[in-house]
Design a protein around this ligand. Structure first.
Ligand code: ARG
Length: 572
């Protein structure tokens, strides 16, 4: 049970009585005492009394004796609350025997679709797909750990007009040659070569157009070539996922093409519901409230003039499938912010059609860009987009060199393993620890630093705790009595019992920087504790109590980092 909530539940009725209306006591952690409530200040004018008088009356009415060792009014009318040592110690003891670390399994599990990663076939994954993959995977891991049924949907861009030119280029190259080129992950040069031919050669353009028609018409020979493209690309994406240590598998590929058979009936449904309007020969939905610069209603084009279906139609079909067939009630779209309008309109149209009706809802989990050190969009030296794999390999190389240098005792194999965990961890953490709505600057030195709000710092804190136990040949006894006489012990205990609250909030907001911020505070509280409070040199029962604090810190760090997709090596 979280302390903010316990205290809030005690103060709420007292405030209501004093104010005559419901009041949120806004309990939060404080420097002055353990917690503070400033709600009396806001009530002063309304009640025509001094905040101090209001706070004093609330205190007189609130039943806090079993929770707090001190509760007082201070300054202009703050309520300062000090939690009783036995209460905090009791909570730590409960945590020590709780495999869930104070994060209960949800009572009402939902089916959640997490739409993430979604690179495009025969195109290199770029850094935007990195963000989607990292954030989406964290969402999937966290919600799954809470007990939800999570369906990962990798909405691969595997359909549409570019495939005419790609298939023609493939046919020109010959299947064996093309497969070779694609398998080494040289997707961009394949794509570019096709593009160059398309732009330069009119007969190639014409052939490409005919290919699109053949592809959409289900021509067997064309489909075979198309499948080759998709399979080779998927195979390549899987190697990236493996390197990146994300939970996406081949079973999660649900590319745009997989909705083809549904598109016709989606258009029929929309038509039957009276939602379709023709505009310049295209079939459109006009979700209310969306206007272009000229003030004209903005169309969502469901079927183009040429009869083809595009990106919006596929997304509408996917929604109908996800809520209707899969029974999902929460749909997450982990896609960059430039697509915000697209998702707003698609979700509005789906709501109009009744495919997104309460309790089902959709959220665009948007994110900003990754910038280079010059503060501009990340670019390679040649000015092209940065190849994701190159970035990951660089992170691993840097972290492996660091591991070797820091700990010469690590064997080659272990150094490589640590380097991988730390390098990939650093990339993911840098992403997840920045507010996803904003852009962030990729900074190698910063993200690999061993102090500061970084993955290596947290991984190091974890491995340091493991080494305490290793050195002493000891294990923590969860049933040991907990003593919190030292301020550093209390501070650490408050962080430990706060895990459940943070996880609950992040499950709603999917703002992972709140989870990283929490883990960082926890690790910092641990290091202050470890500096001031000897563990192995302490006498029992203090030693036993401190070993429990160490062990709990390690377990929370490991579980927290696991949900971010970050490994915790035992040694570093
Ligand atoms: N393939 C798209 C891109 O690279 C992202 C797809 C996102 N998911 C979706 N359901 N539209 O931009």
């Amino acid at each position: 049970m979280d302390l903010e909530k316990l205290l809030t539940d005690r103060l709420t009725p007292a405030f209501a009585t004093v104010a005559g209306t419901p009041v949120d006591p806004v309990v939060r952690r404080s420097q002055r005492a353990d917690f503070q409530s400033d709600a009396a200040l806001a009530l002063a004018r309304q009640l025509g009394q001094s905040p101090q008088a209001i706070a004093a009356e609330v205190l007189a009415r609130a039943d806090l004796t079993d929770l707090c060792s001190a509760a007082e009014v201070s300054g202009p009318g703050f309520l300062n609350l000090t939690v009783a040592d036995e209460v905090l110690a009791g909570m730590v003891s409960a945590l020590a025997i709780d495999l869930r670390l104070g994060v209960p399994v949800v009572t009402e599990p939902e089916t959640v679709v997490v739409d993430y990663s979604a690179p495009n076939v025969a195109k290199e994954m770029h850094v935007g797909h990195l963000r989607s993959t990292v954030i989406g995977d964290a969402a999937a891991r966290l919600l799954e750990w809470l007990g939800h049924r999570v369906l990962r949907a990798n909405h691969l861009g595997d359909w549409g007009t570019p495939f005419g030119m790609l298939i023609e280029h493939l046919a020109d190259l010959g299947e064996a040659e093309a497969a070779q080129e694609l398998s080494i992950g040289d997707l961009d040069s394949f794509y570019k070569a096709a593009r160059v031919k398309f732009d330069a050669d009119e007969t190639f353009q014409e052939r490409s157009r005919r290919r699109v028609v053949a592809l959409q018409g289900g021509d067997e020979a064309t489909l075979r070539l198309w499948r080759l493209l998709v399979e080779q690309s998927e195979r390549y994406f899987l190697t990236v996922y493996d390197l990146l240590d994300v939970t996406l598998t081949e079973r999660d590929f649900h590319g745009e093409s997989s909705y083809n058979d549904l598109l016709g009936s989606v258009v029929e449904d929309l038509d039957r519901l009276g939602l379709l309007r023709e505009s310049d020969g295209a079939a459109c939905v006009f979700p209310p409230g969306y206007k272009g610069r000229d003030g004209e209603p903005l169309p969502l084009i469901v079927r183009r003039t040429d009869g083809g279906y595009g990106y919006p139609a596929t997304d509408l079909a996917a929604i109908r499938h996800r809520t209707g067939t899969l029974g999902a009630t929460r749909l997450l779209y982990v896609v960059g912010l430039p697509q915000r309008r697209h998702f707003e309109m698609v979700h509005a149209a789906a709501a109009q059609a009744g495919w997104l009706a309460s309790p089902a809802r959709a959220e665009h989990v948007g994110f900003g860009s990754i910038l280079g050190s010059d503060g501009r969009m990340l670019r390679s030296r040649a000015g092209g987009s940065v190849k994701l794999v190159g970035l990951l390999e660089e992170a691993i190389a840097r972290a492996t060199a660091m591991a070797r240098e820091r700990n010469p005792e690590l064997g080659e194999a272990e150094a490589a393993e640590v380097g991988r965990a730390v390098g990939i961890g650093a990339v993911k953490y840098a992403d997840l620890s920045s507010d996803r709505h904003k852009d962030y600057v990729l900074d190698w030195a910063g993200m690999l630093s061993l102090d500061g709000n970084t993955a290596p710092y947290l991984q190091y804190a974890y491995s340091r705790i493991q080494s305490i136990f290793r050195r002493a040949g000891l294990v923590a006894r969860p049933e040991a009595g907990i003593s919190l006489a030292e301020p550093a012990e209390r501070a650490l205990a408050f962080e430990l019992v706060g895990f459940g609250r943070v996880v609950g909030e992040v499950a709603d907001s999917l703002e992972f920087h709140h989870l990283t911020g929490y883990l960082y505070r926890l690790a910092a509280a641990f290091s202050a504790f470890y500096e001031r409070c000897p563990v192995l040199r302490a006498e029992r029962p203090i030693r036993d109590s401190r070993l429990v604090l160490c062990d709990l810190t390690a377990r929370v760090l490991r579980q927290g980092l696991y949900m971010l997709g970050i490994q915790t090596p035992e040694r570093m």
